[in-house]
Design a protein around this ligand. Structure first.
Ligand code: NAD
Length: 439
């Protein structure tokens, strides 16, 4: 089934039209908060606003697949292509039991602004399958992935929509999607997905890209404030891909990492944590839960970790960690959102009042999608860059767009978040107006 702007999508203009279950708050509706504030600052034309508050296309599919025991099950999958104004849609695929059309639409909406704020030639998209990947065998995961890919094959492709990994999916899942599409097309099509393993067209530097981008914007923000990174105390929540790499790279540049955590709790050492040793501890095959438990430092909860004395706080775990309840207790003067949506709008307002600078998620964690863009470009050229080239180009993209957001925030006396949305919306609107509205 397909619905969307051209065929039966929400026409009332209400974001909650996409809600999956009755009486639930719409994630897509909530995602509008920051957009609306920026749109008001831009005095956005109501006709354009109507277009930008509707997803271009929403695809819902039923995915029959065979369990290892022979039983057939039918799962629901989605692909939402929020905007094509600046290029093919771009965004991850999530495998999680809570995936709904409403959530996938909100994530595709965010991807639209994330791609635009770092000036990538992409629109925004996202996909998902409502399933629990932890309960599937490897062969079940492969069959589910291939059937999902085959069912959305008309709408994805290097010139249409380029998926990537998200929660519950990984480079192997991307390799299966690439292979399925290549088999159906009878043509090698590596540019259909990014986040692939290196040996099937992945990009060097992709694994570190999001953490590297966080490090770059932190350094850039401090430079604007006339401060150096060396000696600054940093707390990082979440020690997965984004958190551990951010901590490692910031430490390499002289910052002192005083707190780190994972889902099982945190560690505090005011003298500085040896991040490389902590990464080795987590990756040790004997550490079955791959947790920080047993590593040197004072143990504390994630709630306590966020309130530690420090200069810079990097939430890099999950959403809604900085709320009305703890915002006034945060000691950091600079927050860089490695995670998506770690700050609630209420907490964001409190930080703005208190003079705490927040580098918003759509900018701070855009390093990943930027190197995904490099992967797509390399796949299309069939020519692959060395890692220093990838890192240098990433640094250029992050710095240029950080500067543009910073300057807009100063000029319009708004927060970095509002400025980031304003810049992104302005870029999408400019592309839309240049193309013209085919109405
Ligand atoms: P990950 O799975 O590699 O790591 C997540 C970390 O958070 C783990 O250490 C986990 O133990 C910890 N965690 C989970 N629940 C927690 C909780 N309740 N309290 C404290 N810690 C908890 O994930 P990741 O790829 O590092 O992604 C982290 C965040 O960054 C997510 O919000 C993700 O959407 C966002 N993000 C990731 C990328 C990327 O390229 N990986 C890009 C953009 C945004």
């Amino acid at each position: 089934m397909m619905s969307g702007g051209q065929g039966g999508g929400p026409s009332s203009g209400t974001a909650s039209a996409n809600m999956h279950r009755a009486n639930e708050i719409s994630v897509f509706g909530e995602a509008m908060d920051y957009f609306n504030e920026a749109a008001a600052n831009l005095a956005l034309d109501p006709n354009i606003k109507r277009i930008l508050t509707h997803p271009s296309r929403q695809v819902i599919i039923s995915i029959p697949f065979q369990r290892d025991n022979g039983e057939l099950e039918v799962y629901t999958g989605y692909r939402v292509q929020y905007s094509f104004a600046r290029g093919p849609a771009k965004g991850g695929i999530r495998y999680h039991p809570d995936v709904t059309l409403d959530e996938v639409t909100a994530l595709a909406f965010w991807m639209t602004w994330k791609c635009a704020v770092v000036d990538l030639p992409f629109g925004g998209g996202k996909g998902g399958v409502t399933c629990d990947p932890a309960k599937l065998s490897r062969s079940e995961l492969e069959r589910l992935t291939r059937r999902y890919a085959a069912d959305i094959i008309e709408v994805i492709g290097p010139d249409k929509d380029v998926p990537a990994p998200d929660v519950g999916t990984n480079p192997q899942v991307m390799a299966w999607i690439m292979d399925t599409v290549s088999m159906h097309n009878r043509a090698h099509t590596p540019g259909v997905v990014t986040g692939k393993p290196l040996n099937v067209g992945g990009s060097r530097g992709r694994v570190e890209a999001t953490g590297r981008g966080v490090m770059i914007v932190v350094e850039a923000a401090l430079a604007k404030m006339g401060k150096a990174l060396a000696g600054r105390r940093v707390v990082v929540q979440g020690f997965g891909n984004v958190g551990s790499i951010s901590a490692k790279l910031l430490r390499e540049r002289g910052a002192v990492i005083v707190g780190i955590s994972d889902q099982y709790g945190g560690l505090y050492d005011p003298r500085g944590i040896d991040v490389d040793a902590a990464i080795a501890h987590v990756n040790n095959p004997r550490n079955v839960r791959h947790s920080l438990e047993g590593f040197a430092g004072e143990r504390l909860t994630n709630a306590e970790l966020l309130e530690l004395p420090c200069d810079i706080l990097i939430p890099a775990a999950i959403e809604n960690q900085l709320t009305e309840a703890n915002a006034s207790k945060i000691k950091a003067h600079l927050i860089a959102e490695g995670a998506n949506g770690p700050t609630t709008p209420a907490a964001d307002g409190m930080f703005s009042q208190a003079g705490v600078t927040v580098i918003p998620d759509i900018l701070a964690n855009a390093g990943g999608v930027t190197v995904s863009y490099f992967e797509w470009a390399q796949d299309r050229m069939g020519y692959y860059w060395r890692e220093p080239e990838v890192n240098a180009r990433l640094e250029q993209v992050m710095r240029e767009n950080f500067d543009a957001v910073w300057e807009l925030a100063q000029e319009r006396k708004v927060t970095l978040r509002t400025a980031a949305y304003m810049l992104a919306i302005r870029r999408v609107v400019d592309s839309l107006m240049t193309r013209g509205i085919y109405a």
